[in-house]
Design a protein around this ligand. Structure first.
Ligand SMILES: Cc1ncc(COP(=O)(O)O)c(C=O)c1O
Length: 481
């Protein structure tokens, strides 16, 4: 008697067809659906709450819950006017790739566990090196996201600076120092904390008016730390900072890293794939001098969430950091390429087949179309900045960096505090469901922040965003009486 879990081909087909219909309708409705549902934690909980299901339910009933509760009560990052945070819209190719990868269920720990998946990952890593201009001799792996990539890069950099730190801990050699601009993503600070380097040892270097690292100040801080007996280990440069999209000057920073023999890590989690756009490509000059580069295909390559990447110029420091000889993992009878293990390059052992959706997407769309979409995102952000600059009732708060814009509503003759007004407008905008921005602070001012990261977004969406904000402002003024 077969296991009831061993789904028959007929049941599988029925399940798959119903699931595909849900996805098809989702894609069709996406541009017209509210970006954000108006709901509450309790309301969602009440709709989902039920005891542990002991017995199987009918497939149509279960999938109906996905269609009627899960999909509509989600924030739709794929909506053309979702501009919050740094969120990928996802692609149909990546969704199908995830399904195919999940059905195969390869565990991509090493070559022997998944020969085709391992070779495909090597090849895709080669493509990503080519896109960004990273050192061709480099190596790398796919990870869960930018935070994991940044953490792993810092771990390898720590080994290079202090080969014993991994074994003895950093207690015997405290005060390893990491240098990054004040705009650095918090995952770098978190990584320093988790590695025992300590967040106090992340030196935040001031920036210029365009939020790029002040390189003269960087070098001064390194020299004064050395003079004080501290141990500089690594510089982190932003290739697209999360707040403003600022791109640090790589050639100058690479020269400082080389002069002081420091590891240069580049955080390209947001901006790494802007290398596809001719307007941004010159910013990548010097990237081949970086020791490591974080990338997030699940940001500006539009892939589904769960796909980050870390490139290393030299494998050795990573291997010295992550490899471990255990009897239960040692390959027997394999050598060279077939003895390769991804666990030698990063913290994970079990790993999903992340390369398949990425490969499928690059093959099905082609790098030229992805490049065109990235270039259009940058153009949309610039177009929006022009609209804001020309509008009498809005003000730009920072230069547009890649596809990120920061601004606020500032109507002439308004005598009140603009911070709470803009906060109210943001909430009204998000509740309205037509457009979505997130928020930050720029020079202490509350800022409406947007990031164009969606191949569906057009200039018409940028004009609509401004109108939606004016509607939200009218609503706030009316409510305030
Ligand atoms: C510049 C930068 N670095 C790192 C990260 C973290 O990436 P992830 O969310 O994939 O962990 C982000 C996320 O937005 C980012 O913008």
């Amino acid at each position: 008697m077969p296991s009831p879990i061993d789904t028959s081909p007929e049941v599988f087909r029925q399940l798959a067809e119903e699931a595909l219909r849900i996805i098809e309708d989702f894609y069709a409705q996406l541009p017209h659906a509210p970006v954000m549902p108006v709901t509450s934690a309790q309301a969602v909980r009440d709709l989902l709450a039920e005891p542990l299901p002991e017995q199987p339910a009918a497939a149509s009933e279960v999938l109906a819950a996905v269609r009627d509760i899960v999909y509509p009560l989600s924030r739709h990052n794929g909506h053309p006017r979702f501009f919050g945070y740094v969120a990928s819209p996802g692609t149909a190719a990546a969704a199908i790739g995830d399904l195919l990868a999940s059905a195969l269920n390869a565990n991509v720990t090493s070559w022997r566990s998944a020969p085709a998946a391992a070779e495909m990952e090597h090849m895709v890593i080669g493509w990503l090196k080519q896109i960004t201009g990273f050192a061709p001799e480099g190596t790398g792996l796919l990870v869960s996201g930018g935070s994991m990539a940044n953490f792993s890069a810092l771990a390898a950099a720590r080994t290079k600076a202090d080969p014993h730190a991994g074994r003895r801990g950093t207690g015997h050699a405290p005060d390893l120092r990491i240098y990054a601009s004040t705009e650095v993503h918090f995952s770098i600070v978190k990584g320093a904390r988790l590695l025992g380097i300590g967040s106090d040892n992340v030196v935040l270097v001031p920036t210029d008016a365009a939020f790029r690292m002040d390189v003269a100040e960087l070098e001064r801080r390194i020299e004064s730390d050395r003079a004080a007996g501290l141990r500089p280990m690594c510089i982190v440069a932003n290739a697209g900072a999360v707040n403003t999209g600022a791109f640090d000057p790589l050639p100058e920073i690479a020269a400082i890293a080389e002069r002081h023999r420091l590891w240069l890590h580049v955080d390209g989690a947001y901006g790494g794939f802007s290398a596809l756009a001719p307007s941004a490509k010159p910013l990548f000059t010097g990237i081949d001098r970086a020791d490591s580069l974080s990338l997030d295909p699940h940001k500006w390559l539009y892939s589904s969430v769960g796909c980050g990447c870390l490139l290393y110029r030299e494998a050795q420091p990573a291997i010295a950091t992550f490899s471990h000889d255990a009897d239960y993992t040692r390959p027997v009878g394999l050598s060279n390429d077939e003895a390769f293990a991804f666990w030698d390059l990063g913290p994970e052992l079990s790993r999903p087949f992340r390369a398949l959706p990425l490969w499928l997407q690059l093959k099905l769309y082609g790098a030229a179309n992805l490049a065109d979409a990235v270039a259009r995102n940058i153009a949309c952000a610039q177009y929006f900045a022009d609209l804001v600059t020309e509008a009498p009732d809005f003000e730009l708060l920072a230069p547009v960096g890649l596809s990120i814009f920061n601004f606020r509503y500032a109507p002439p003759h308004y005598a009140g505090d603009l911070d709470p007004l803009n906060e109210q407008i943001l909430l009204a905008l998000q509740r309205g469901g037509s457009s979505y921005l997130s928020n930050t602070r720029i020079h202490g001012k509350f800022a409406l922040r947007g990031c164009v990261l969606n191949y569906r977004t057009t200039e018409a969406d940028m004009r609509r965003l401004l109108e939606d904000l004016r509607d939200a402002a009218r609503y706030c003024f009316l409510r305030a009486g």
